[in-house]
Design a protein around this ligand. Structure first.
Ligand SMILES: Nc1ncnc2c1ncn2[C@@H]1O[C@H](COP(=O)(O)OP(=O)(O)O)[C@@H](O)[C@H]1O
Ligand SMILES: [Mg+2]
Length: 255
C-alpha cells in the first residue's frame, strides 16, 4: 500500500496552453510539481492564473502541451485516448461547482451510471452508493429525488458521492463550494475533510480562504508557475493561528 508521503502525481517541465488564433501562449509554464499521497492539496491564485487548467492536466481530463505527467511511475501523456478514459474512470473522482447531474434521473441513478462503468455488479454499486450517501448526510428520501428537487448543497453532496463511487485514488475538486451559501459550503468542506482523514487524497482549487484552511499544503499559482507553498498541520478545526498563517502566506504571495 502507498504510504502517506509517497508521491502520487508529479510533472516534469509540463506546459499547457490553448491555441488562440496564431498566438500560442502557455498558461502553465515548465511546471515541476509533486503531489503526495493522502494529502489534502489546495491550489490558490488569482482568477485566470491557470488553476483549473492545471487540475485538468493533472487529472488527465486535458492533455499537457509539453512535458510529462506521472501517475505513480507511469507517464500518462503517452496514453492513448482510450487508455486515458479508462485511467480517469478508475483512478479519478471529480467534484465541480457545477455538478452536471442528469435532471431526468434521481440522485442515486446519477451515481449508479458512474459506478456501473467500472463495477458490473449492480448490487455492489447500490450498496456502496447507499453507504456514501449516508456518509454525506443524505437520506433515502433525498437521494431518491431529482436534481431539480433538492438544494444546491445537496446537489454538491450527490456530486461527491458520484466522485467517490469508484473508489478513486484521487478526488479533484474545482471550487466545490463556489456556488454555495456558507452553511452548505461548510458542510461540503466537512465531508471532504472527513474523507481525507480516512485516507482519501484530495486536490482542490479554491479562491476562498475558509476552504483553503482545510488543506495541509497550499500551493500558490501565479503566471503559470508555482510561486509559493504553505505547509500546515492536518486540519482539526479552524484555529486563529491557522487562519493567520494562511493569510500571512497569501499576503506574501500578493493575493
Ligand atoms: N478552453 C480554453 N480555451 C482557451 N483559453 C482558455 C481555455 N480555458 C482557459 N483558458 C485561458 O487560460 C487561462 C487560465 O484559465 P483557468 O485555468 O480557467 O484559470 P483559473 O481557474 O485560475 O481561473 C485564462 O487566461 C483563460 O482565459
Ligand atoms: Mg477556475
Amino acid at each position: 500500500m502507498e504510504k502517506r508521503s509517497d508521491i502520487i502525481i508529479h510533472t516534469k517541465k509540463m506546459c499547457k496552453g490553448y491555441a488562440n488564433g496564431e498566438i500560442h501562449q502557455y498558461v502553465i509554464k515548465n511546471m515541476d510539481i509533486q503531489i503526495y499521497n493522502r494529502d489534502f492539496t489546495v491550489f490558490m491564485g488569482p482568477s485566470g492564473s491557470g488553476k483549473s487548467t492545471l487540475l485538468h492536466v493533472l487529472s488527465g481530463m486535458d492533455k499537457a502541451g509539453m512535458g510529462e505527467v506521472y501517475f505513480g511511475n507511469t507517464d500518462f501523456t503517452k496514453y492513448s485516448e482510450k487508455q486515458m478514459t479508462q485511467f480517469r474512470r478508475e483512478s479519478c473522482g471529480f467534484v465541480f461547482q457545477q455538478t452536471y447531474l442528469i435532471n431526468s434521473m434521481s440522485l442515486m441513478d446519477n451515481v449508479l451510471i458512474s459506478g456501473l462503468l467500472i463495477e458490473k455488479n449492480k448490487k455492489k454499486v447500490v450498496e456502496r452508493g447507499k453507504k456514501l450517501f449516508h456518509d454525506v448526510g443524505l437520506t433515502e428520501k433525498e437521494w431518491s429525488k431529482y436534481p431539480t428537487q433538492v438544494s444546491g448543497g445537496q446537489i454538491v453532496r450527490a456530486g461527491i458521492v458520484r466522485a467517490l463511487i469508484n473508489n478513486p485514488k484521487i478526488v479533484f475538486a474545482d471550487e466545490p463550494t463556489g456556488a454555495l451559501d456558507s452553511v452548505s459550503g461548510r458542510a461540503v468542506l466537512d465531508i471532504l475533510t472527513s474523507f481525507n482523514r480516512a485516507g482519501q487524497t484530495i486536490i482542490m482549487v479554491t479562491h476562498d480562504l475558509t476552504s483553503a484552511l482545510r488543506g495541509n499544503r497550499i500551493l500558490y499559482l501565479k503566471d503559470g508557475r508555482i510561486s509559493g507553498e504553505c505547509i500546515l498541520e492536518d486540519y482539526k478545526d479552524e484555529t486563529e493561528g491557522r487562519r493567520d498563517k494562511v493569510i500571512c502566506f497569501l499576503e506574501e504571495m500578493g493575493w
